[in-house]
Design a protein around this ligand. Sequence first.
Ligand SMILES: NC(=O)c1ccc[n+]([C@@H]2O[C@H](COP(=O)([O-])OP(=O)(O)OC[C@H]3O[C@@H](n4cnc5c(N)ncnc54)[C@H](O)[C@@H]3O)[C@@H](O)[C@H]2O)c1
Length: 342
Amino acid sequence: MSDIAENNRIPVSLIPGDGIGPEITEATQRVVEAAGGNVEWQTVPAGMSALDTDRDPLPPKTIDSITQNQLALKGPLATPAGGGFRSINVALRQHFDLYANVRPAKSTPGVPSRFDNVDIVLIRENTEGMYSGIEHYVGPSRNAAESIAIITRHGSERIVRFAFDYARNHNRKKVTLIHKANILKMTDGLFLEVGRKMAEEYPDIEFNDMIVDATAMNMVVRPEQFDVIVTMNLFGDILSDLSAGLIGGLGVAPAANIGEGTCAIFEAVHGTAPDIAGKGMANPTALMRSAAMLLDHIDQTEAAGRMHRGIDRALADDATRTRDLGGKADTTTFTDAVINNL
Ligand SMILES: NC(=O)c1ccc[n+]([C@@H]2O[C@H](COP(=O)([O-])OP(=O)(O)OC[C@H]3O[C@@H](n4cnc5c(N)ncnc54)[C@H](O)[C@@H]3O)[C@@H](O)[C@H]2O)c1
């Protein structure tokens, strides 16, 4: 982490992003300040809005700011269609080697969902597997195509170790490794082999493994059996949206992308929601919870706890819950309620 700023505040790069991004980042900044979060925001551009202002969806000054601060809070980004632009989210993860994607999914009273007892943290490998980016057509007719999944011992070891350490540091009891090693015997087999071996180093944490299709069913039938889940890129991508669905949808789901060094980027799981952008209707819960994860990450746990408490109370009340969750509030009313309930 870079030096603490002159006023003792920790500098954090802030990317407002596109669509509803600026509305929810502003709401989140208000809540972090009111909760006593000791951070100094350095606002930098990325996404479509950066293409307009800086002619580059990921300007060098944004990369420089994150490199310097090693910490960022990111609003959702629209990737410009066509023209050879790659996903900026993927570019950021690759540039900073943010190999661990952490997605907590916890039920909140008042938020409509099928269950009230979900408390899962899904940890997804972010850099290899089916998303290694190696795919091509076979032959000129384009009647067949192939994609190569890369699983390495190094990549598997660092994500599985991350999951066990996360469980230990967050007082969690169990790690479940998700795979399809019955069919994908070498790639998923290697991932499972690494997990089973590493479990021996963590006798205080219960370990089991589960095949991905059985997991999909179990998560929607008996989600309370899961605590920390660790899995590969593709399965993690799918199951983490499933876990968001278990707690009321993307509007409430936060995420962290964490690297091997000290770099970490926190973001809401949802996208830019162009259909409601600029209307004051956006639900800032997911980004607020992501900011609370950031505060936790830099040991400002009391401020993080205050944020979660304020959010929980504002969500519990119909009058202050946002419309996407069946409430009556707009973004500002919800944000005011969070601050009043800190
Ligand atoms: N992390 C990211 O930056 C990220 C993630 C996903 C999608 N995207 C981008 O976002 C754009 C739109 O994608 P999409 O429409 O598939 O997904 P989306 O998440 O933006 O929207 C899906 C639906 O959920 C609603 N919604 C999402 N977040 C909400 C919130 N906070 N409050 C209230 N309602 C909310 C939207 O109004 C919409 O109806 C695309 O350009 C996509 O590439 C970015």
